[in-house]
Design a protein around this ligand. Structure first.
Ligand code: NAP
Length: 323
């Protein structure tokens, strides 16, 4: 088997490829031949040592994968060899073969390609948790999604649209805005060149109802000011690198609310609740209510280069690493 190893916190270019014997599942574990591993922003943070949870090297990055069960350990009854599965595992997904606790593995719908399944959990569960648990969206409401061509951004468009809302997408490039339109956004804002607050207010005739913000930095303040009466600012992440400071008067005005979303920590602390969220997402995919876009595919050994592209904002939508 091959796996990617971070031998010291730093740039993704420092990741190395290691060859070693295939792992054997122990009690309560399954072995999975990995079809694809999803790439997420958090993977780059783990490798850089800048995530809120700091994992001492050496470790294998990668937080989600999908593949085929090739062996089951003693005591595993609900899974069998040949099952198509996905898993959200925090670390260790950038590998050709994985040994996973059977309880952390979920069968994928037959209709879902394994590459798409590998890139689904982080982005879609975050967006679902944000819009179905932390706040809600009515069919007559308008949702402004920042970083709309990224993983969480595209998933948020899909989830908001599935709830009947109208979506305005904001992103940096024409390609990302096109991807957002393909996902169901009806209007777009090129937020590096257009005035985000002014355009969002114009497009929503006075103010949007919800802002989904996985980007932070300079875009949060104008997005907050673009919220209408009873608007909700949903804070998901800080991909731009800096954490915005919010003017409290802008929260008070128009009875706005700021909603924090920490799906990752919640999912770890509430595995039963997360299992329900994942079931809801997979059901919505099965029913055709959600439409995850097939990800771009790159070889596993290019993990470092792919994370560099992600950090330099060159990726549109999701990318998976294929062993
Ligand atoms: N709270 C949670 O539970 C949770 C869960 C999952 C992810 N997150 C966080 O959400 C954020 C987005 O994650 P993701 O997986 O969707 O990432 P992604 O696919 O890389 O998308 C992030 C988007 O942020 C924008 N961006 C603006 N400035 C950037 C910069 N300096 N570097 C990189 N991207 C920049 C880019 O869009 P433009 O080029 O169009 O600006 C990019 O498409 C991350 O901060 C991640 O840690 C949080």
């Amino acid at each position: 088997m091959q796996r990617i190893v971070c031998t010291g916190w730093g740039p993704p270019e420092d990741l190395v490829v290691v060859d070693e014997p295939d792992p054997v599942p122990g009690e309560g574990q399954v072995a999975v031949k990995v079809a694809a591993a999803g790439v997420n922003f958090v993977d780059a943070l783990f490798v850089a040592g800048t995530y809120q949870i700091k994992v001492p090297p050496p470790f294998t990055p990668g937080s989600e994968l999908a593949g085929i069960v090739t062996a089951v350990g003693p005591g595993v009854e609900l899974l069998q060899v040949g099952d198509r599965v996905l898993s959200s595992l925090g670390l260790g997904a950038f590998t050709s073969h994985a040994v996973l606790p059977a309880l952390g593995v979920t069968r994928t719908p037959d209709s879902l390609a394994l590459t798409t399944a590998a890139a689904l959990v982080q982005s879609y569960c975050t967006a679902w948790f944000a819009l179905q648990r932390r706040t809600t969206v009515r069919p007559d409401e308008t949702v402004l999604v920042l970083g709309a061509g990224g993983g969480v951004g595209l998933a948020a468009i899909d989830v908001a649209r599935s709830m009947g809302a109208r979506v305005i997408a904001a992103a940096s490039t024409a390609e990302k805005l096109e991807a957002a339109r393909a996902m169901g956004a009806t209007d777009t804002i090129a937020y590096e060149t257009e005035d985000l607050k002014v355009r969002a207010r114009e497009l929503s005739e006075g103010g949007v109802d919800v802002v989904v913000d996985p980007v932070g930095g300079p875009h949060t303040d104008p997005a907050l000011r673009a919220l209408g009466v009873f608007g909700r600012l949903v804070v998901i992440g800080f991909a731009a690198g800096s954490i915005a400071t919010l003017p409290a008067n802008q929260v008070l005005l128009k009875n706005r609310t700021v909603v924090g979303v920490d799906w990752g920590a919640w999912a770890m602390q509430h595995p039963a609740g997360q299992a329900v969220v994942l079931d809801e997402v997979l059901d919505a995919v099965r029913l055709g209510e959600l439409h995850p876009t097939p990800p771009a595919e790159r070889p596993l050994i290019e993990a470092g280069a792919v994370l560099r592209d992600l950090l330099d904002r060159r990726l549109t939508g999701k990318t998976v690493l294929v062993p």
